[in-house]
Ligand binder design. Structure first.
Ligand code: ADP
Ligand code: MG
Length: 226
């Protein structure tokens, strides 16, 4: 469970990116985090990834307050979270297999287990025969799916994706939503940030909308019929 209690984030230059956010996300939920550019979506995701700390308020994951975590707890938290960055952060000089395997190697897993797990996640995102290809050979939608596969390697409890459909055409966007839906049905708590509020009606899920750093909408169901 993720719990935000009156969380605010002010950057050093005075920008108030999030303001008084109260939110409780249960295990197994699928959340569309929407809001226009600059609304605070990425800041929200960086806070729950503990890449940033709140300026005020409390943020806890599975009962542990992130600001109070030390080394070992932080590593355990990160192992529980798969993150798809907006700019993907794939390594252009490594092939697809190596890009996905990297996070598992860092965890010190056995080569045979890594091979099995990489095959599983590539299969899940529909790229099972792409292991030997390099990022430059793939389309934007395919690269996005590689980044999702990499985030899923290691079986995280949470998957956070920042604008995963931002740079892909509608058909590939729908494919990505279906993958995230499948991942969620396997028990993973999914939060997908998007500025495209149209896409959220493709699934009937909880929609949280940020406006100027504040939660202005939080409901389950079709957004545009609300
Ligand atoms: N490191 C930073 N320093 C100062 N301001 C920032 C920083 N990161 C984001 N912001 C500002 O915080 C606000 C929220 O940004 P962001 O969370 O990236 O929004 P979104 O992802 O919804 O587009 C914006 O006004 C943005 O310019
Ligand atoms: Mg953003």
């Amino acid at each position: 469970m993720i719990e935000l209690t009156d969380v605010s984030k002010k950057f050093n230059d005075g920008t108030l990116a999030l303001s008084g956010v109260n939110l409780r996300i249960e295990d197994g939920e699928f959340i569309f985090l929407i809001g226009s550019s600059g609304a605070g979506k990425t800041t929200f995701l960086k806070l729950i990834l503990r890449e940033l700390l709140p300026t005020s308020g409390k943020l806890a994951i599975d009962g542990l307050e992130l600001a109070k975590m030390k080394g070992r707890d932080i590593l355990a938290l990160r192992r529980n979270i798969g993150f798809v960055f907006q700019d993907l952060k794939l390594l252009s000089d490594r092939n697809i297999y190596e890009n996905v395997a990297l996070s598992l190697e860092v965890l010190g897993k056995k080569p045979a287990d890594i091979k099995k797990e990489v095959a599983e996640v590539l299969n899940l995102v529909g790229l099972k025969d792409y292991g030997q290809m390099f990022p430059a050979q793939l389309s934007g939608g395919e690269l996005q799916r590689v980044a999702i596969a990499r985030a899923l390697a290691g079986n995280p409890k949470y998957l956070f994706a920042d604008e995963p459909t931002g740079n892909v055409d509608p058909a590939n966007g729908w494919k990505i939503i279906q993958i995230l839906d499948k991942v969620n049905k396997n028990g993973v708590t999914v939060i997908m940030a998007t500025h495209n509020s149209e896409i959220v009606d493709s699934l009937v899920r909880r929609v949280v909308r940020l406006d100027n750093g504040q939660v202005v909408y939080d409901k389950k169901g079709k957004y545009h019929e609300a």
